[in-house]
Design a protein around this ligand. Structure first.
Ligand code: FES
Ligand SMILES: [Fe+2]
Length: 426
């Protein structure tokens, strides 16, 4: 199928309706290329946490959409997002995932760039006449901005400010950033990077899917039930938690009320968890040990920032589209900056319980992503239903939509933003 926004062969916008999406949004390479341009090159995209590049010269390689970039801190402390593409013949200039460097040297013919992307060295330069190095910097995102440590970039200057873009999600972003009493967040030195053979939007949707947990993750809940000797379910028929489409494609699952005690019981069963009756102030060497311990599972909600970031449990989840049917996901646990080691170790153990490579949860989701791809290759009905809870969701005074936690309210909000960006002529 050939698709274009306004082309004769098919209209990409017809693939996304208010209550359903066509399965081609997962499989059409033309739609994917349009997304990489219309969405990822024309809105704020999350690129990393400041603590990942804390010192001058620190860098990490990552992607904006499927384009390789370098997130770099120069010697003056300014942060840059540089296209990882040499201005000579286009090779990437940095291969390492992270590091500290005074320059990036292209291995092909040796052109060298500083941490701000300026071309500083050309091998055997006498072979060129009148080469203007100042015009051959690495291309860079014109807009790079942090919101309380979270770094976003836009390759389009003509976008709303970062604060306007994040606006509807700021309250919960702040709650996540502030969820550890007395401590800010710092990125764990290592992150998990996993790849699955299906479209990036499946992970985008799944980060806020409150309908699947009791089924996809049934084994997790039965094990937790056995470990804690308490009933363990994600949600029950009683409405105790909400899903919210916040606006601008951002959305959340708010399970703070229902999940709080269950998260605590899980925490208590971890290796290294304090025995009942332990003096937590003394154990952690702080005056508020109980509060610090209670915050270990995270703030109790899932928040997704369109298009490529989710804040889940204690981790920041980056979605990296590779191709129409291939996606990388980075799960980066966030630790208590300057916090006691026992707390940070427990945070990692808690994260691993569900999301680790041998955890009980993430592998279940990846299996479902495979099944979505396999199943959608069959049948005559091309539609993916996203209408659950449509008639019971409530539009709040601030314009957000609120539904039951099992409703597809978040996904409808995500696709509204998808449609708005895909419809624009840039
Ligand atoms: S491609 Fe980089 S120096 Fe030639
Ligand atoms: Fe899941």
């Amino acid at each position: 199928m050939t698709t274009s926004v306004n082309g004769a062969e098919g209209n990409a916008l017809d693939l996304v309706l208010p209550d359903r999406v066509h399965r081609d949004v997962y499989t059409d390479p033309t739609v994917f290329e349009m997304e990489m341009e219309n969405i990822f090159m024309h809105t704020w995209v999350y690129v990393g946490h400041e603590s990942e590049i804390a010192r001058p010269g620190d860098y990490k390689t990552t992607e904006v959409g499927n384009k390789p970039v370098i997130l770099s801190r120069d010697r003056d402390g300014a942060i840059h997002v540089l296209m990882n593409r040499c201005r000579h013949r286009g090779a990437t200039v940095c291969q390492w995932p992270t590091g500290n460097a005074t320059s990036f040297r292209c291995r092909f013919h040796g052109w060298t760039y500083d941490q701000a992307g300026r071309l500083t060295g050309v091998a055997y330069q006498e072979g060129y006449s009148g080469l203007d190095k100042s015009a051959l910097s690495l291309e860079s995102a014109p807009l790079v901005e942090s919101y309380r440590g979270l770094v976003f970039a836009s390759f389009d200057r003509d976008v709303p400010t970062l604060r306007e873009h994040l606006g509807p999600a700021l309250e919960f972003l702040d709650r996540f950033i502030d969820h550890i009493p007395g401590h800010g967040l710092r990125a764990a030195p290592q992150a998990q990077r996993l790849r699955y053979p299906a479209n990036w939007k499946i992970q985008m949707e799944n980060s806020l899917d409150g309908y699947h947990a009791n089924f996809t993750h049934a084994s997790f809940f039965s094990i937790m039930q056995a470990r804690t000797a308490q009933p363990a379910q994600y949600v029950s028929a009683k409405r105790t938690s909400d899903s919210v489409a916040l606006g601008n494609g951002h959305a959340m699952l708010d399970q703070r009320v229902a999940a709080g005690p269950a998260l605590r019981r899980r925490l208590d069963t971890l290796p290294g968890a304090p025995a009942p009756g332990t003096d937590l102030d003394a154990l952690f060497g702080v005056p508020d040990g109980e509060q610090l311990y209670a915050a270990t599972p995270g703030p109790g909600f899932n928040l997704a920032i369109f298009p490529n970031l989710a804040l889940v449990g204690i981790h920041l989840r980056e979605i990296h589209p590779v191709s129409v049917d291939r996606t990388d996901v980075v799960l980066r646990p966030m630790l208590a900056d300057g916090g006691p080691d026992p707390i940070n170790r427990l945070r990692l153990r808690y994260h691993e319980l569900f999301y680790g490579p041998s955890g009980f949860g993430q592998p279940d989701d990846l299996e479902m992503f495979d099944r979505i791809k396999e199943g959608n290759s069959a049948g005559t009905d091309p539609w993916i239903r996203l209408d659950r809870g449509l008639d019971r969701e409530v539009t709040e005074a601030d314009g957000s939509q609120r539904g039951d936690i099992t409703d597809e309210t978040p996904q409808r909000g995500q696709y509204r933003q998808w449609r708005a960006l895909m419809a624009k002529q840039w």
